[in-house]
Design a protein around this ligand. Structure first.
Ligand SMILES: C[S@@+](CC[C@H](N)C(=O)[O-])C[C@H]1O[C@@H](n2cnc3c(N)ncnc32)[C@H](O)[C@@H]1O
Length: 241
Protein backbone atom coordinates (compact mmCIF):
# COMPACT_ATOMS: atom_id res chain seq x y z
CA UNK A 1 0.00 0.00 0.00
CA UNK A 2 1.14 3.56 -0.74
CA UNK A 3 2.50 5.22 2.39
CA UNK A 4 0.43 8.32 3.16
CA UNK A 5 2.32 11.49 2.32
CA UNK A 6 1.73 12.67 5.87
CA UNK A 7 4.10 9.90 6.94
CA UNK A 8 6.80 12.42 7.71
CA UNK A 9 4.40 14.56 9.77
CA UNK A 10 2.24 11.93 11.45
CA UNK A 11 4.38 9.38 13.25
CA UNK A 12 4.43 6.13 11.28
CA UNK A 13 3.43 4.40 14.49
CA UNK A 14 0.02 6.09 14.28
CA UNK A 15 -0.51 4.63 10.81
CA UNK A 16 0.62 1.22 12.01
CA UNK A 17 -1.70 1.54 15.00
CA UNK A 18 -4.63 2.46 12.78
CA UNK A 19 -3.93 -0.53 10.53
CA UNK A 20 -4.56 -2.82 13.51
CA UNK A 21 -7.78 -1.10 14.57
CA UNK A 22 -9.74 -0.34 11.41
CA UNK A 23 -11.59 -2.99 9.37
CA UNK A 24 -9.30 -4.79 6.97
CA UNK A 25 -9.63 -4.10 3.28
CA UNK A 26 -11.60 -6.76 1.46
CA UNK A 27 -9.81 -8.64 -1.36
CA UNK A 28 -11.28 -6.26 -3.99
CA UNK A 29 -10.22 -3.18 -2.00
CA UNK A 30 -6.75 -4.67 -1.51
CA UNK A 31 -6.52 -5.23 -5.26
CA UNK A 32 -7.46 -1.57 -5.80
CA UNK A 33 -4.80 -0.47 -3.30
CA UNK A 34 -2.21 -2.56 -5.14
CA UNK A 35 -3.25 -0.89 -8.41
CA UNK A 36 -2.84 2.58 -6.83
CA UNK A 37 0.59 1.59 -5.61
CA UNK A 38 1.65 0.24 -9.01
CA UNK A 39 0.30 3.19 -11.00
CA UNK A 40 1.03 5.92 -8.46
CA UNK A 41 -2.67 6.80 -8.40
CA UNK A 42 -3.73 9.05 -5.49
CA UNK A 43 -6.58 7.24 -3.69
CA UNK A 44 -7.72 8.23 -0.19
CA UNK A 45 -6.16 5.05 1.21
CA UNK A 46 -7.55 2.50 3.68
CA UNK A 47 -7.49 4.62 6.86
CA UNK A 48 -9.62 7.35 5.31
CA UNK A 49 -11.65 4.84 3.27
CA UNK A 50 -12.64 2.88 6.38
CA UNK A 51 -13.53 6.13 8.10
CA UNK A 52 -15.72 7.26 5.15
CA UNK A 53 -17.57 3.99 5.47
CA UNK A 54 -18.04 4.55 9.19
CA UNK A 55 -19.20 8.13 8.62
CA UNK A 56 -21.86 6.84 6.23
CA UNK A 57 -23.00 4.36 8.89
CA UNK A 58 -23.11 7.03 11.64
CA UNK A 59 -25.13 9.34 9.37
CA UNK A 60 -27.46 6.58 8.16
CA UNK A 61 -26.47 7.92 4.78
CA UNK A 62 -28.46 6.93 1.74
CA UNK A 63 -27.02 9.39 -0.80
CA UNK A 64 -23.40 10.34 -1.39
CA UNK A 65 -21.88 12.70 -3.97
CA UNK A 66 -18.23 12.30 -4.95
CA UNK A 67 -16.28 15.09 -6.63
CA UNK A 68 -13.46 13.07 -8.22
CA UNK A 69 -13.98 9.32 -8.05
CA UNK A 70 -10.90 8.07 -9.87
CA UNK A 71 -11.41 4.35 -10.41
CA UNK A 72 -13.87 4.01 -7.55
CA UNK A 73 -11.81 3.23 -4.45
CA UNK A 74 -13.52 5.71 -2.10
CA UNK A 75 -16.90 4.83 -3.65
CA UNK A 76 -16.32 1.15 -2.87
CA UNK A 77 -15.80 2.02 0.82
CA UNK A 78 -19.00 4.10 0.85
CA UNK A 79 -20.84 1.26 -0.88
CA UNK A 80 -20.18 -1.04 2.10
CA UNK A 81 -22.34 1.21 4.29
CA UNK A 82 -25.21 2.19 2.00
CA UNK A 83 -28.62 0.46 1.96
CA UNK A 84 -29.72 -1.37 -1.20
CA UNK A 85 -31.79 1.62 -2.31
CA UNK A 86 -28.93 4.08 -1.68
CA UNK A 87 -27.08 6.08 -4.32
CA UNK A 88 -23.48 7.18 -4.87
CA UNK A 89 -22.90 9.70 -7.63
CA UNK A 90 -19.42 9.10 -9.00
CA UNK A 91 -17.92 11.91 -11.09
CA UNK A 92 -14.71 11.73 -13.03
CA UNK A 93 -13.20 13.50 -16.02
CA UNK A 94 -11.44 10.36 -17.26
CA UNK A 95 -13.89 7.82 -18.74
CA UNK A 96 -11.41 4.94 -18.49
CA UNK A 97 -11.16 5.42 -14.74
CA UNK A 98 -14.92 5.25 -14.47
CA UNK A 99 -15.11 2.04 -16.54
CA UNK A 100 -12.70 0.56 -14.06
CA UNK A 101 -14.82 1.89 -11.16
CA UNK A 102 -17.93 0.25 -12.58
CA UNK A 103 -16.26 -3.10 -12.88
CA UNK A 104 -14.99 -2.97 -9.27
CA UNK A 105 -18.46 -1.96 -8.02
CA UNK A 106 -19.98 -4.85 -9.97
CA UNK A 107 -17.58 -7.25 -8.31
CA UNK A 108 -18.79 -5.93 -4.95
CA UNK A 109 -22.45 -6.34 -5.99
CA UNK A 110 -22.80 -2.58 -5.62
CA UNK A 111 -23.27 -1.51 -9.24
CA UNK A 112 -26.95 -0.70 -8.61
CA UNK A 113 -25.92 1.96 -6.10
CA UNK A 114 -23.80 3.85 -8.59
CA UNK A 115 -24.72 6.77 -10.86
CA UNK A 116 -21.62 7.20 -12.97
CA UNK A 117 -20.99 10.59 -14.58
CA UNK A 118 -18.13 11.54 -16.90
CA UNK A 119 -17.20 15.23 -17.03
CA UNK A 120 -16.44 18.13 -14.77
CA UNK A 121 -17.58 17.26 -11.25
CA UNK A 122 -18.68 20.80 -10.36
CA UNK A 123 -20.82 21.05 -13.54
CA UNK A 124 -22.33 17.65 -12.85
CA UNK A 125 -23.22 18.64 -9.27
CA UNK A 126 -25.11 21.65 -10.62
CA UNK A 127 -27.39 19.27 -12.56
CA UNK A 128 -28.30 17.11 -9.54
CA UNK A 129 -31.30 17.77 -7.30
CA UNK A 130 -32.21 16.54 -3.86
CA UNK A 131 -30.23 16.11 -0.69
CA UNK A 132 -26.92 14.34 -0.20
CA UNK A 133 -26.02 13.10 3.27
CA UNK A 134 -22.30 13.19 2.46
CA UNK A 135 -20.16 14.84 -0.22
CA UNK A 136 -16.50 13.98 -0.79
CA UNK A 137 -14.32 16.61 -2.50
CA UNK A 138 -11.23 15.10 -4.11
CA UNK A 139 -10.61 17.01 -7.38
CA UNK A 140 -8.20 19.76 -8.46
CA UNK A 141 -7.44 21.75 -5.32
CA UNK A 142 -8.27 25.12 -6.90
CA UNK A 143 -11.81 23.81 -7.51
CA UNK A 144 -12.53 22.95 -3.85
CA UNK A 145 -14.32 26.21 -3.03
CA UNK A 146 -16.48 25.92 -6.18
CA UNK A 147 -17.32 22.31 -5.28
CA UNK A 148 -18.30 23.35 -1.74
CA UNK A 149 -20.50 26.18 -2.99
CA UNK A 150 -22.17 23.92 -5.56
CA UNK A 151 -23.12 21.22 -3.04
CA UNK A 152 -23.73 23.19 0.18
CA UNK A 153 -27.47 23.66 -0.31
CA UNK A 154 -27.94 19.93 -0.93
CA UNK A 155 -26.44 19.03 2.46
CA UNK A 156 -29.06 18.75 5.24
CA UNK A 157 -28.40 19.62 8.90
CA UNK A 158 -26.14 16.86 10.24
CA UNK A 159 -24.86 16.12 6.74
CA UNK A 160 -21.15 16.31 6.01
CA UNK A 161 -18.77 17.62 3.37
CA UNK A 162 -15.42 15.85 3.51
CA UNK A 163 -12.41 17.24 1.64
CA UNK A 164 -9.29 15.18 1.03
CA UNK A 165 -5.71 16.48 0.79
CA UNK A 166 -6.31 19.36 3.17
CA UNK A 167 -2.88 18.84 4.78
CA UNK A 168 -0.81 17.53 1.90
CA UNK A 169 -0.83 15.87 -1.51
CA UNK A 170 1.37 14.86 -4.30
CA UNK A 171 3.92 12.30 -3.30
CA UNK A 172 2.72 10.11 -6.15
CA UNK A 173 1.77 12.91 -8.51
CA UNK A 174 4.48 15.55 -8.09
CA UNK A 175 2.79 18.20 -10.26
CA UNK A 176 -0.33 17.92 -8.08
CA UNK A 177 1.38 18.84 -4.84
CA UNK A 178 0.00 20.52 -1.75
CA UNK A 179 2.95 21.61 0.38
CA UNK A 180 2.39 20.81 4.06
CA UNK A 181 4.99 23.27 5.40
CA UNK A 182 3.80 26.16 3.25
CA UNK A 183 0.20 25.46 4.22
CA UNK A 184 1.07 25.44 7.91
CA UNK A 185 3.11 28.65 7.60
CA UNK A 186 0.14 30.48 6.11
CA UNK A 187 -2.36 29.03 8.58
CA UNK A 188 -0.21 30.07 11.52
CA UNK A 189 0.47 33.50 9.94
CA UNK A 190 4.22 32.94 9.67
CA UNK A 191 3.88 34.05 6.06
CA UNK A 192 0.96 35.89 4.52
CA UNK A 193 1.47 35.11 0.85
CA UNK A 194 2.68 32.00 -0.94
CA UNK A 195 4.38 34.22 -3.53
CA UNK A 196 6.99 34.81 -0.85
CA UNK A 197 7.99 31.15 -1.09
CA UNK A 198 10.06 29.42 -3.74
CA UNK A 199 7.38 26.80 -4.43
CA UNK A 200 7.06 25.64 -8.05
CA UNK A 201 4.12 27.30 -9.83
CA UNK A 202 1.83 24.21 -9.85
CA UNK A 203 2.53 23.46 -6.18
CA UNK A 204 1.72 27.05 -5.32
CA UNK A 205 -1.54 26.85 -7.24
CA UNK A 206 -2.70 23.66 -5.51
CA UNK A 207 -1.53 24.79 -2.07
CA UNK A 208 -3.30 28.12 -2.56
CA UNK A 209 -6.45 26.19 -3.51
CA UNK A 210 -6.39 24.45 -0.12
CA UNK A 211 -5.68 27.72 1.72
CA UNK A 212 -8.67 29.29 -0.02
CA UNK A 213 -10.80 26.29 0.89
CA UNK A 214 -9.77 26.27 4.56
CA UNK A 215 -10.37 30.02 4.80
CA UNK A 216 -13.74 29.64 3.12
CA UNK A 217 -15.08 26.86 5.34
CA UNK A 218 -13.99 28.66 8.50
CA UNK A 219 -16.14 31.60 7.45
CA UNK A 220 -19.31 29.48 7.16
CA UNK A 221 -21.44 30.03 10.26
CA UNK A 222 -23.91 27.33 9.19
CA UNK A 223 -21.13 24.71 9.15
CA UNK A 224 -18.56 23.45 11.63
CA UNK A 225 -15.23 21.91 10.63
CA UNK A 226 -12.72 19.61 12.25
CA UNK A 227 -9.55 18.04 10.87
CA UNK A 228 -8.84 14.34 10.67
CA UNK A 229 -5.09 13.79 10.31
CA UNK A 230 -5.30 10.49 8.48
CA UNK A 231 -4.10 9.75 4.96
CA UNK A 232 -3.27 13.12 3.42
CA UNK A 233 -5.44 14.93 5.96
CA UNK A 234 -9.19 15.43 5.58
CA UNK A 235 -11.46 18.21 6.74
CA UNK A 236 -14.87 17.21 8.05
CA UNK A 237 -17.45 19.97 7.64
CA UNK A 238 -20.90 19.38 9.10
CA UNK A 239 -24.00 21.45 8.49
CA UNK A 240 -25.38 22.77 11.79
CA UNK A 241 -28.66 24.27 10.54
C1 LIG B 1 -7.44 11.94 -6.07
S1 LIG B 1 -8.27 11.22 -7.39
C2 LIG B 1 -9.77 10.62 -6.70
C3 LIG B 1 -9.59 9.43 -5.87
C4 LIG B 1 -10.85 8.86 -5.30
N1 LIG B 1 -11.63 9.83 -4.54
C5 LIG B 1 -10.48 7.70 -4.40
O1 LIG B 1 -10.00 7.94 -3.29
O2 LIG B 1 -10.63 6.57 -4.84
C6 LIG B 1 -8.83 12.64 -8.22
C7 LIG B 1 -9.59 12.32 -9.49
O3 LIG B 1 -10.35 13.44 -9.81
C8 LIG B 1 -10.34 13.60 -11.21
N2 LIG B 1 -10.64 15.02 -11.40
C9 LIG B 1 -9.88 16.10 -11.14
N3 LIG B 1 -10.55 17.24 -11.37
C10 LIG B 1 -11.78 16.87 -11.80
C11 LIG B 1 -12.95 17.57 -12.18
N4 LIG B 1 -12.99 18.90 -12.17
N5 LIG B 1 -14.03 16.86 -12.55
C12 LIG B 1 -14.01 15.51 -12.56
N6 LIG B 1 -12.94 14.78 -12.22
C13 LIG B 1 -11.84 15.45 -11.81
C14 LIG B 1 -8.98 13.12 -11.66
O4 LIG B 1 -9.04 12.66 -12.99
C15 LIG B 1 -8.70 12.01 -10.66
O5 LIG B 1 -9.04 10.76 -11.18
Amino acid sequence: MTEPFLGEHVPNDVTRFSERIRPESTPVLSEMEAYAHREGFPIVGPDVGAWLCQLARINDATRVFEFGSGYGYSACWFARALPDDGEIVLTEQDAENLDRAESYLERLDAADLAAVEVGDAVDIASRYDGRFDIALIDIEKYQYVDAFEEIRDSIPPGGTIVADNTMSAGRDVPDDTVDFDALLSVLTSEIDDLRRTSLPEETRRHTQGIIDYLTHIREQSAFETTLLPLGDGVTVTTRLR
